[in-house]
Design a protein around this ligand. Structure first.
Ligand SMILES: Cc1cc2nc3c(=O)[nH]c(=O)nc-3n(C[C@H](O)[C@H](O)[C@H](O)COP(=O)(O)O)c2cc1C
Length: 394
């Protein structure tokens, strides 16, 4: 999917650990393990998470690609050990099982890869599927995304996020289409909320709704927004379908577990409006250059960034593992049973918003390097400045 970088994750939820390889970062970028660990901590937070996140305190080790605090231009390998592994040494051993006493998982959970995965990979123990389909994998996306964020910061690009709704409780999000909104300030407020919602009153209501869901053994989904500021003209392209920046963002954000919709700008809402209500009219001032007073289209026209903030929204379905279990069928006996319940979150929209930031950061990094290239940060910077000069003379 990515054009210029390469990014792969590996690891099972209760295996020894998780890893990712990120290739394509130019040499000379200042990078510390703490830059990554602070992002991992953000992913672990949020009201409504299960007890697993209390066991893990995710910290990566940089195994390669960095020397004396600077990237080498070679693949960056990040490693994260699972603390919970001590409880799973036999159940998730890479060697042949010795005791044979580990119970198989045979009751697929609706809404998970459990049944389709078991049929496809021809396995009778659903654990072989759920260990990898679990969103534990997203820790490595956040780790890779943290490196992308550090890179983008060097070029004045910032990636923010906030939770817009949980279940039926939502904030009025009109401000995200206003290019004059101070997104840094809004993001700070979101960071101080247990559900990453910038409005205190709505945040309290969201917490209460999560409590109601928990008390009923039920779960919730919601919507989050990711905003990118500092992107100029020219990332992505209209010339080919797979180069369009909006399509690339939709792909990578939709790839997050449980994300079922991605909208750019006003998205679905635009389909119900008149054209005159949702196009962002173009203005020009000598001192300002081209500018817009609205950003309903979310900073992308014809698949190309238009120098407005990039605004995206993603919808997450409710967590599929329910304490009040749903009906299922045992894959061994074919009897009607209750689906497996394994320690689970009741709501993970706040965490998903942090993962959304990571996937958006990697996608913008990829489009940025596609446009400006460079094997070293110096070279990328030179190429970038050359383009800025060209734009200023346009
Ligand atoms: C941050 C995050 C945490 C999640 N936690 C859980 C969980 O605790 N229990 C669960 O059943 N699903 C959880 N999910 C959702 C499942 O991973 C996801 O619904 C499942 O893998 C099926 O994929 P799909 O929904 O994309 O079809 C989580 C998703 C995210 C993004």
């Amino acid at each position: 999917m990515f054009k210029r970088i390469r990014f792969l994750t590996a690891g099972e939820s209760h295996g020894k650990g998780l890893a990712c390889i990120l290739e394509g970062i130019p040499s000379g970028l200042n990078l510390k393990e703490d830059d990554i660990n602070s992002e991992l901590k953000r992913r672990q937070g949020g009201y409504g998470r299960g007890s697993r996140m209390k066991i893990e305190q995710d910290r990566v080790e940089i195994l390669s690609g960095v020397r004396w605090g600077k990237t080498l231009g070679s693949p960056i390998l990040l490693l994260l050990y699972n603390k919970d592994w001590v409880n799973w040494q036999e159940g998730m051993s890479v060697n042949e099982t010795l005791s044979g006493s580990i119970p198989l998982v045979t009751r697929p959970r609706p809404g998970h890869a459990d049944l389709s995965g078991a049929v496809k990979y021809n396995v009778k123990d659903i654990r072989n599927i759920l260990e990898r389909s679990s969103a534990r994998e997203t820790a490595m996306r956040v780790a890779g995304g943290a490196v992308a964020k550090v890179f983008l910061k060097n070029f004045g690009i910032s990636v923010y996020s906030m939770v817009i709704s949980i279940g039926s409780v939502r904030i009025d999000d009109a401000f995200i289409y206003d290019p004059y909104t101070n997104f840094e300030e809004i993001h700070k407020r979101a960071e101080n909320s247990p559900v990453r919602c910038p409005d205190e009153k709505t945040s309290d209501e969201m917490v209460r709704l999560i409590d109601t869901a928990i008390s009923k053994g039920d779960t919730l989904g919601g919507v989050f927004s990711v905003i990118v500021t500092g992107v100029g003209f020219g990332l992505g392209s209209h010339i080919q379908w797979d180069l369009r920046l909006d399509a690339r963002l939709a792909y990578t954000v939709m790839s997050i577990q449980a994300i079922k919709s991605v909208e750019i700008g006003k998205g679905m809402e635009m389909s119900r409006a008149f054209g005159s209500d949702v196009m962002d009219e173009i203005h020009y001032l000598d001192e300002k250059g081209f500018y817009r007073n609205t950003n309903f289209l979310g900073g992308i026209e014809g698949g190309i960034s238009n120098a407005m903030p990039i605004v995206l929204k993603a919808g997450m379905k409710p967590i599929p593992t329910l304490k009040k279990p749903l009906q299922s069928v045992d894959i061994r006996t074919k009897e009607t049973v209750k689906a497996t319940y394994e320690r689970s979150d009741a709501c993970a929209v706040p965490a998903a918003s942090v993962i959304g930031e990571a996937m958006v950061s990697l996608t913008i990094l990829d489009a940025f390097l596609e446009k400006f290239g460079g094997d070293s940060m110096d070279e990328t910077e030179r190429n970038y400045q050359g383009f800025l000069n060209q734009v200023s003379l346009f």
